[in-house]
Design a protein around this ligand. Structure first.
Ligand SMILES: *Cc1c(COP(=O)(O)O)cnc(C)c1O
Length: 434
């Protein structure tokens, strides 16, 4: 599988090069050049196939040239000591729990695979530097996955405010490979600095810089695995159409599902579930994309006004606008409905769901009201309810058990450096760490 830029100017490159140099010069994003059909590799799998077996069989096809089947099992072993869990609630709805990883969010799946495959690719002894804009909760997922990985240092750019849950013994001054830097500015400033640093080709060649945000295809494609897994788990137990409901922020998760579909997964549609930050809904209905002002909601991971993956989504729509309109259904859910859905699901099924999952769940209910009787809907549960304990306890009026490592993740820690939001300040802070 070769990768091309969405802008179509930069040359085709291999998966390995796309992971190591994740931004093309022409300001696009990397997407697969053509999409192979993987049906013959996963259609014979069923509810008895483990997640790791599925990934070990499918991954070499994605990552051909750089991952033979033996290396693939090694990478899978090193990435995953956790797996997704599909729970069928009733004839119409299942939940796909994606929060069983070390930091309790679905992002653990993509990040764990990317960190493991990078270590494998770097067997040749090369050293690389990974940059990532971080929020207090996403930083800890990346730090966990990359801590102690050979040949890799991870620079986390945090906006003003708190840095939470990192282990100071993994920091660079203690001999570790994690470097938290605080930028006096916003999360957008951090994302901008990541892109500017990578596009400073002299600096990024000197330190072999790449990113672990979802602009990197290395993180996005492994997320297709859990869609394929959910399909193989459920296919013998449903008749009729299958839909996935995905809570969308930067749209990385949804894009991964769309690729699973392109790789041959039989699915009838995706619900793009959004909160009040729904400027994308108009675009999905064929209007030009206009980002609107950011609104703070009770599902904060979906509070994004300009999705990082805009370029990739747009490339799907440019290729086949009519097909996409029948494949992706945008639904927007307000805070009150989110809150009530957490309570409803708890009463009806005796499980806790987090607010992001509740947005996706409520979106399914909206569509069931108007939709097809023969559908089965899989709701992606992206966050552990214990990570949103206040909202979940308030909505259900019940106590949620919070595991010890989540309490540790709330602990504040200090940055290695605090800098103004400018490229030269950032580059000299990084240089002084090596
Ligand atoms: C990041 C995140 C999302 C949004 O995923 P995107 O890939 O950015 O659309 C949803 N739920 C939770 C809990 C998250 O952490």
């Amino acid at each position: 599988m070769k990768f091309r830029s969405t802008k179509g100017i930069s040359p085709l490159i291999s998966y390995k090069d796309a992971v190591l140099n994740c931004l093309p010069d022409d300001s696009g994003l990397y997407v697969p050049d053509h999409v192979p059909d993987f049906r013959q590799y996963f259609l014979h799998m069923d509810e008895n196939t483990s997640f790791n077996d599925l990934v070990a069989s499918v991954a070499p096809l994605f990552f051909k040239a750089c991952l033979n089947p033996v290396a693939a099992s090694k990478v899978v072993q090193s990435a995953y000591n956790f797996e997704p869990k599909l729970i069928k609630l009733d004839e119409k709805i299942s939940i796909l729990n994606l929060y069983n990883g070390p930091t309790g969010v679905f992002k653990d799946f993509g990040i764990a695979f990317m960190s493991a495959i990078l270590e494998e690719i770097l067997e040749d002894g090369r050293q690389i530097m990974i940059l990532a804009a971080a929020r207090p909760d996403t930083g800890v997922s990346m730090a966990h996955a990359f801590s102690g990985r050979k040949g890799i240092s991870l620079v986390l750019l945090y906006p003003s405010g708190h840095i939470r849950g990192l282990d100071p013994s993994a920091f660079v001054q203690n001999g570790g490979n994690i470097i938290p830097i605080q930028v006096k500015g916003t999360f957008d400033d951090c994302q901008r600095l990541v892109v500017e640093t990578i596009l400073d080709r002299e600096f990024s060649a000197r330190y072999n810089v790449t990113s672990a945000n979802s602009i990197n295809p290395g993180r996005l494609f492994p997320q297709a695995f859990y869609y394929l897994y959910a399909f193989t788990q459920i296919k013998n137990f449903i008749s009729g159409d299958l839909m996935f409901s995905v809570p969308c922020g930067n749209f990385g998760n949804l894009i991964s599902g769309l690729y699973a579909w392109k790789f041959g997964m039989p699915v009838n549609g995706f619900i793009a579930a959004m909160n009040a930050n729904n400027s994308f809904a108009g675009y999905l209905h064929d209007k030009p994309f206009k980002p609107s002002r950011l609104i703070h909601t009770n599902s904060p991971a979906l509070d994004v006004s300009f999705p990082l993956n805009y370029e990739r989504l747009n490339s799907f729509y440019e290729e086949a606008p009519a097909v996409m309109r029948n494949m992706v259904y945008p639904v927007s859910i307000d805070d009150e409905t989110t809150f009530k859905t957490i309570e409803y699901v708890n009463k009806k099924y005796d499980i806790f769901i987090d607010p992001h999952t509740a947005v996706a769940f409520a979106a399914v209910q909206e569509l069931i009201k108007t939709g097809n009787e023969y559908e089965h809907n899989i709701v992606l549960a992206t966050g552990d309810p214990a990570r949103s304990v206040n909202t979940v306890e308030e909505a259900t009026r019940k106590a949620v058990k919070v595991p010890g490592h989540f309490i540790m993740m709330q602990r504040n820690c200090d940055a290695v450096a605090i800098i103004p939001p400018y490229l030269d300040a950032f580059e000299s802070a990084v240089a002084s760490c090596f």
